[in-house]
Design a protein around this ligand. Structure first.
Ligand SMILES: [Zn+2]
Ligand SMILES: [Zn+2]
Length: 245
């Protein structure tokens, strides 16, 4: 059995006073974090989730609300946790260089020191599969700003399969990519359609029957969605929400 804990469920801008994207999955063979936004370390501390439980950071794309927390995660693992076991950072093409650029810009240089735990970067390309830590991961390209190398994932952990959209607008292939998942964690920034690069509740209502998933949970909620969370016919996530699979 796996447990899914929503660490952060806001859009990029903290709508509703909530935290940026991060979902922790605790599985029998290890733990992984889907995305690590700038507010994620605060969320882990507040929810009592130890970084030591996290073996894999799975990053959907290179926007700050999805990968901006990685340098602080690594430094906290070093200074606070005295971590000794490896961390794998898995993400789109160029992940290693993009994380180094981010860390350098933040003044948290990663190349300056000997890390007492191995930091392993692994690229995964759309339509590729990769076995990492507790998971079998498959990537798919999404409809989002192309320079952020956006992708979504299908992750198999034991018997359960979780699909994660990352950030995306609607695209024709999305139903095929998430088909058969037990849980589809899908972004829904907007209530009404209006952006090519983000999904809306109206679009998801229209396509709900095309989505073959056991449970659909919406996250990355902007202001309108945040104000109505818990009152819609499709389930919305909230910071701290737990799903058992
Ligand atoms: Zn985002
Ligand atoms: Zn984005």
């Amino acid at each position: 059995m796996s447990e899914v804990v929503f660490v952060g469920t806001s859009d990029a801008f903290g709508a509703g006073g909530r935290r940026q994207s991060a979902v922790f999955v605790r599985a029998e063979r290890g733990g992984m974090l889907f995305d690590c936004g700038a507010t994620t370390n605060t969320g882990l501390a507040q929810l009592g989730i130890s970084r030591e439980e996290i073996d894999v950071l799975l990053i959907s794309h290179f926007h700050g609300d999805h990968f901006g927390g990685i340098p602080a995660f690594l430094y906290a693992s070093y200074y606070i946790d005295a971590r000794r076991h490896p961390i794998e950072i898995v993400g789109p093409p160029d992940i290693e260089e993009r994380v180094h650029q981010l860390a350098d810009a933040m003044g948290h240089h990663l190349r300056d020191r000997e890390w007492p735990f191995p930091i392993r970067f692994r690229e995964i390309h759309p339509e590729e599969a990769l076995s990492v830590g507790p998971a079998e991961i498959q990537a798919f390209a999404t409809q989002h700003q192309p320079d952020a190398n956006p992708q979504g994932y299908r992750v198999r952990l034991g018997r359960e399969q979780i699909a994660y959209s990352g950030d995306t607008g609607w695209f024709e292939d999305l139903p095929r990519q998430i088909a058969g998942s037990d849980l589809f964690i899908c972004e829904c920034t907007l209530h009404q359609a209006g952006l090519d690069f983000h999904l809306s509740l109206d679009e998801l209502r229209e396509h709900r029957d095309d989505l073959d998933c056991g449970r659909l949970t919406l996250t990355h909620l902007g202001n309108d969605m945040a104000n109505q969370r818990g009152q819609l016919e499709i389930e919305t996530a909230d910071d701290g929400m737990v799903i058992k699979l």
